[in-house]
Design a protein around this ligand. Structure first.
Ligand code: PNS
Length: 160
């Protein structure tokens, strides 16, 4: 059975992430979304909130599950008995950092490979940071995030 890990901060999950998740689920037997319990960044949403929003987002896809992880991504990948990491590439601006992560992951875990999926053109501008910035200024974010995330973002911006 082919298992792939799709890791990220998902603060919050966007339609761009969801696009990558659906396409990965068509390629691999099982996709595990790995939500990083960030230690260096201070996310807007707690780990539990990010995991829940992802679970609600993927509830209709049988071969996708959501888990959180701490520490090194390659350790999480091995713990899940796989060697495939999925990442989405939006534009050239992503390339340096993504290449650096993929290569450094391979230095510490030579059997782990990163598979890059090119983001669909309509989501090429989209990031969790852009979504948070728009939500802060009351812009309608329904073109950017799954339905279940919209009210969570509005509440968060109101300090609820
Ligand atoms: O959504 P993001 O913030 O772009 O995801 C980044 C992520 C989670 C893939 C990356 O920060 C990561 O793998 N963190 C875990 C720690 C780790 O393994 N670091 C070494 C890779 S350079």
């Amino acid at each position: 059975m082919s298992i792939a890990i799709y890791p990220g901060s998902f603060d919050p999950v966007t339609l761009g992430h969801f696009d990558i998740i659906k396409r990965s689920a068509d390629i691999f037997d099982h996709v595990i979304i790995g939500v990083l319990n960030n230690t260096s960044k201070t996310p807007l949403f707690s780990l539990e909130e990010r995991v829940k929003m992802l679970q609600d987002t993927v509830s209709g896809i049988d071969n996708v599950s959501v888990e959180s992880f701490d520490g090194l991504l390659v350790d999480f990948v091995k713990q899940k008995n796989t060697n495939v990491i999925i990442r989405g590439l939006r534009a050239l601006t992503d390339f340096d950092l993504e290449m650096q992560m993929a290569q450094s992951n391979r230095v510490v875990a030579p059997d782990v490979d990163t598979v890059f999926l090119s983001t669909s053109v309509k989501y090429s501008y989209l990031s969790s940071s852009v979504v948070k910035e728009y939500a802060r200024y009351d812009v309608d974010v329904s073109d950017f995030v799954p339905e279940c995330v919209i009210s969570k973002l509005i509440d968060k911006m109101k300090g609820l």
